[in-house]
Design a protein around this ligand. Sequence first.
Ligand code: EPS
Length: 391
Amino acid sequence: MLRFQTAGESHGEALVAFLSGLPAGLPIDFTYVHRELQRRMGGYGRGGRMKIESDSARFLSGVRHGKTIGSPITILIENRDWKNWQLAMAVEPSEEAASKYKPLASPRPGHADLAGCLKYNFPEARYVLERASARETAARVAAGALAKLFLKAFGIELASHTVAVGGAVISPQTITFEQVLSLRDREEIVLNCVDPEAEARMKTEVDGATEARDTVGGVFEVIAHGVPAGLGSCTQWDERLDAALAQGIMSIQAVKAVEIGRGIENAARPGSQVHDEIGYDRVQRRFTRKSNRAGGLEGGITNGEDVIVRGYLKPISTLRQPLESVEFATRQTVRAAYERSDVCVVPAAGVIGEAMVALVLARAFLDKFGGDSMGETRRNFENYLDQMRRF
Ligand code: EPS
């Protein structure tokens, strides 16, 4: 079974990703993994931290001579900023740290600060925010890059693009997977939108938020192309793949809603304008669809169309012009704490979304086809493709 977890604090020494269950014999493209980490750091509206970091993955286990060996993979990503936080984040007890450290005394509305302090009985927010921070997603992207390399070996590719930033929404149009994939060839990510006119409006939204000392959210879309029909299951609630994808996307910091296909629009339409009519291509001997409003999933099972998932992001909760809060020590009304923040992270969230969708799909793929080596997984997969051709 493919499993992954991460560890590490935002301003601690490093982040760690742990991934087990990948078959032996998958070649690792280290340049690709590095590029994925760099993609996550970019985009218009990123803050000061990204000027300090330069994320790169150091493999500690599970890979030998450039290929997976079936054992657990551990990846370490250094936090460059740690050198500025060694005292505040000291692992050993330190009197110097205790005397010099200024506690983060007033929780930020929208962040995990208050709920976390209540849960763990902490006197100040640093204990909570260090792990709640979206910095953790660098480790997810590293693990996700391996899931992507695995899927690519079976013809499955993923890409993401920005659908909305604040009130600036892309105009209705047909967007192909190739168009979204080609965004990766751009020199600058900007807002990772396929439509230059909409991207200009999105940029204005970010500029407006920056000027107002505010933050802005938005919507990203992840598309997985080449996914075979038959991943997931309709037989149990927790085996439905749409549910697993929703969990994967919802687990990304600042995501507050998830949509599969045109799920939101579809709720307001009659069934006749929602469901994707079925055709048959006698030459290619495959079933076809005229539309893909279901986002590639029916009954919790992939149907062979592109898998399409959207994540809706709230604006980042650390505000330059902070909202009202309460100081832990005095219970006095004060303004929430501010250190520094991003203004907009929608393109970065798209990259993280790709990682999460890849990890969920790779798990479902291995649940169905198994295999301890790439050769075994491939034989099982080819066998299934053959069964489908003869259906
Ligand atoms: C992030 C690192 C963080 C923030 C952001 C994401 O760095 P710092 O807290 O040191 O400024 O830029 O974190 C959040 C959005 C958050 O809510 O904590 C990163 O590496 O992506």
